[in-house]
Design a protein around this ligand. Structure first.
Ligand SMILES: Cc1cc2nc3c(=O)[nH]c(=O)nc-3n(C[C@H](O)[C@H](O)[C@H](O)COP(=O)(O)OP(=O)(O)OC[C@H]3O[C@@H](n4cnc5c(N)ncnc54)[C@H](O)[C@@H]3O)c2cc1C
Length: 505
C-alpha cells in the first residue's frame, strides 16, 4: 500500500502530482534541481525587466471551462486577471499587407475574405470548422474528472459532432491546407502560422477554437507567478519541496522476482526512500540515465529513436526604454536580410511585447521577446569554446535588435537589457532532452494520442513507478502537464482501490 511518494521535478506536472497526491492522503516530496518551481513555465529578471519564458496562451483560462477546473484545484486560477487578446498574432508581408489572426472567428472570417475574396469557400470551410470545434471544446469537461451518465452522454454527443471533422482532416497538415489558398499572400501567411513539420491542421483548429471561446488567455503576472501559485497550493496542502536537488538515479529493488522503484539517489550520493516514485522530469534522462535503460522495450526505444521533438529555440529578450503598448503584441515580420542561427536561416522573425502586463517592465518601457528555432548540436559544439558561444549569442542579439530597429526606428538606442537563452540554457535549467521546449512534436501521426489514451506512463517490468509531464503526451503544454500529474495520482488511487478526490481552495 502506498503511503509516501517521491516526485522528481517541480515543473507543472510534478507540482500537480504533488497537489493531487496530498489531496488524496499521500505524503509527497518533490526533488527539484533548480532553485525555483515551474520548470519551463518560468521567467527571469534583468535590470528591472521580467523576461517571460513560457505562457503565450493558457488553455483553461476561462472560468467554468473543463480545464479551468484543474487550474482552480491547483490554486493557479484564483484571483488571476486574464488578458484575452483581440489578435492572436499578425503575419506581415511586403507592401504593408498583414494577415491579422483575430481570436474571434467571425472577425477572422470577415478579415480573411477581405484579404482574399477568391478564397471565400475555403475560408468558410476553415472558420466553420473552428466554430464547430468551439462548441465541442466549450463543452469539454472530462478532464475535470466530472463523471456520471449526463456528463458521459454529453461528451459522446460532443465527440460525435466533431468526428466528421477529424475524419476529414486527420492527415491534413497546416502546410497542406495553406497550399489550397489561391491568394499568394494568404497562402504564405497562413503557412507561417504553426510552421512546424507535419503539424496537424486539427491542432491549429483546436487552438483557434480555444481562443474563440476566450479560454486561452494570458494570466497577468506571467509564467513564474503562475508556477509559484501552484507551489503555494502544494505547500498549503502539506507537501514538501526540496530545491537544488538533482536526482541521479531511481533506486530499484527486486522482491519475489519483481522490480520495484523504492526511492531516489541525489547528486551528493544521499538516498531518499518512498513507496512509489513519479518522475515528472525529462523522459529520456529518466529512462536511460536515472534507470540506466533497464526497463525499456522496442516501443520505448522506437519512440526515443524516431519520434520528432519540438525543436529547441534561442530566445532573445530585450528591455527597451520605449512604450510599445500601441503596437500589436505579436507580429511575424518578413526580413529583407535573413538572420542565420547556426545552419538555420530565418527569413521571418516573430516578436512579442508584454505591455499588456504591467508586471513585466517599468512604466513606459517594454519587454520584448523573439524566439528563433535552433539546432541543439550546433550549440552543444559551440559551448566547448566559451568565447565563440558568447560571441554567437551577442551576434544574434545584435541581429535581432537591428531588425527591430528597422521596424521601430530608434529602438537600437533604447535597449537597456539584453538576454539570450540558447538550447543549452534550457537543458541546464530544466534538464530537457536536447533543450526541447515542449517535448514530442504534435504531428498528423502523433495527434491521436492527444485525444486518446496517450503514451505509456509506466515502464515494462518496473512496479511502483509512474511518469508524468510533457514527455508522456505529444504536444506538451501546461494543461497536458497538469493533467498528467493528476492522472498519475488517479492511477495510484485506482490500483489501491481508493476513490480519487480533488478539491478547490
Ligand atoms: C518558450 C516556450 C513557450 C511556451 N508556451 C506555452 C504556452 O503558451 N502554453 C502552454 O500551455 N505551454 C507552453 N509551453 C510549454 C510548457 O511550458 C511545457 O510543455 C510545460 O511547462 C512542461 O511541463 P513539465 O512539468 O512536463 O516539464 P518541465 O517544465 O520540463 O519540468 C520538469 C522539471 O523537472 C526538473 N528536473 C529535471 N531533471 C531533474 C532531475 N534529475 N532531478 C530533479 N529535478 C529534475 C526540471 O528542473 C523541471 O523543473 C512553452 C514552452 C516554452 C519553452
Amino acid at each position: 500500500m502506498t503511503q509516501s511518494i517521491i516526485i522528481i521535478g517541480g515543473g507543472i506536472a510534478g507540482l500537480a502530482a504533488g497537489c493531487y497526491g496530498q489531496m488524496n492522503g499521500y505524503s509527497t516530496r518533490i526533488f527539484e534541481l533548480h532553485d525555483k518551481p515551474g520548470g519551463l513555465c518560468t521567467a527571469w529578471k534583468r535590470k528591472g525587466y521580467t523576461f517571460d519564458g513560457c505562457i503565450h496562451w493558457l488553455v483553461g483560462s476561462r472560468l467554468g471551462s473543463g480545464t479551468n477546473q484543474i487550474w482552480q484545484e491547483l490554486g493557479a486560477a484564483q484571483g488571476r486577471t486574464i488578458v484575452d487578446h483581440e489578435e492572436f498574432t499578425r503575419i506581415e508581408g511586403e507592401g504593408g499587407k498583414a494577415l491579422i489572426v483575430y481570436t474571434d472567428v467571425d472577425r477572422l472570417e470577415a478579415h480573411m475574405k477581405e484579404l482574399a475574396p477568391e478564397d471565400e469557400k475555403l475560408i468558410e470551410q476553415f472558420c466553420g470548422a473552428i466554430r464547430r470545434l468551439s462548441r465541442f471544446a466549450g463543452g469539454m469537461g472530462g478532464s475535470s474528472g466530472a463523471s456520471g451518465p449526463a456528463t458521459v452522454l454529453k461528451g459522446l454527443l460532443g465527440a460525435a459532432s466533431v468526428l466528421p471533422l477529424f475524419v476529414r482532416y486527420r492527415r491534413t497538415t497546416t502546410q497542406d491546407f495553406a497550399g489550397r489558398f489561391r491568394n499568394p499572400f494568404l497562402r504564405e501567411a497562413f503557412g507561417t502560422l504553426f510552421d512546424l513539420p507535419d503539424f496537424p491542421l486539427v491542432g491549429m483548429l483546436f487552438t483557434m477554437a480555444w481562443l474563440n471561446n476566450r479560454d486561452a488567455g494570458y494570466p497577468i503576472g506571467g509564467s513564474l507567478e503562475f508556477s509559484r501559485a501552484i507551489e503555494r497550493r502544494y505547500l498549503d496542502l502539506g507537501g514538501e519541496i526540496h530545491y537544488g536537488c538533482r536526482v541521479e538515479a531511481i533506486l530499484v529493488e527486486e522482491e519475489g522476482g519483481e522490480a520495484r522503484a523504492v526511492g531516489v539517489r541525489l547528486s551528493g550520493g544521499s538516498e531518499r526512500r518512498a513507496d512509489t516514485v513519479i518522475s515528472a522530469a525529462d523522459g529520456h534522462a529518466t529512462i536511460f540515465d536515472m534507470l540506466g535503460g533497464r526497463f525499456v522495450d522496442d516501443t520505448i526505444r522506437a519512440t526515443y529513436d524516431e519520434l520528432p521533438i519540438f525543436a529547441p529555440i534561442v530566445q532573445v529578450s530585450l528591455g527597451v526604454d520605449r512604450d510599445l503598448s500601441g503596437e500589436p503584441h505579436s507580429v511575424s515580420l518578413p526580413l529583407a536580410t535573413p538572420i542565420t542561427v547556426g545552419e538555420t536561416e530565418h527569413r521571418r522573425m516573430g516578436f512579442r511585447h508584454f505591455c499588456y502586463d504591467p508586471t513585466m517592465a517599468p512604466p513606459g518601457k517594454s519587454a520584448i521577446t523573439v524566439m528563433l528555432e535552433a539546432s541543439y548540436d550546433y550549440w552543444k559544439e559551440l559551448a566547448e569554446d566559451r568565447e565563440r558561444y558568447d560571441a554567437e549569442k551577442q551576434q544574434i542579439a545584435l541581429s535581432v535588435i537591428g531588425r527591430l530597429d528597422d521596424r521601430f526606428p530608434g529602438l537600437e538606442g533604447q535597449v537597456e537589457a539584453v538576454d539570450v537563452a540558447t538550447p543549452l540554457t534550457y537543458e541546464r535549467y530544466t534538464g530537457n532532452w536536447q533543450g526541447s521546449m515542449e517535448g514530442w512534436l504534435l504531428t498528423t501521426k502523433t495527434i491521436s494520442s492527444m485525444f486518446g489514451r496517450g503514451m505509456r506512463k509506466t515502464l515494462p517490468g518496473l512496479a511502483n513507478f509512474h511518469m508524468a509531464g510533457q514527455w508522456v503526451q505529444p504536444g506538451g503544454g501546461l494543461p497536458t502537464a497538469a493533467m498528467s500529474g493528476r492522472g498519475a495520482i488517479q492511477v495510484i488511487c485506482k490500483r489501491e482501490g481508493r476513490e480519487f478526490t480533488s478539491s478547490t481552495l
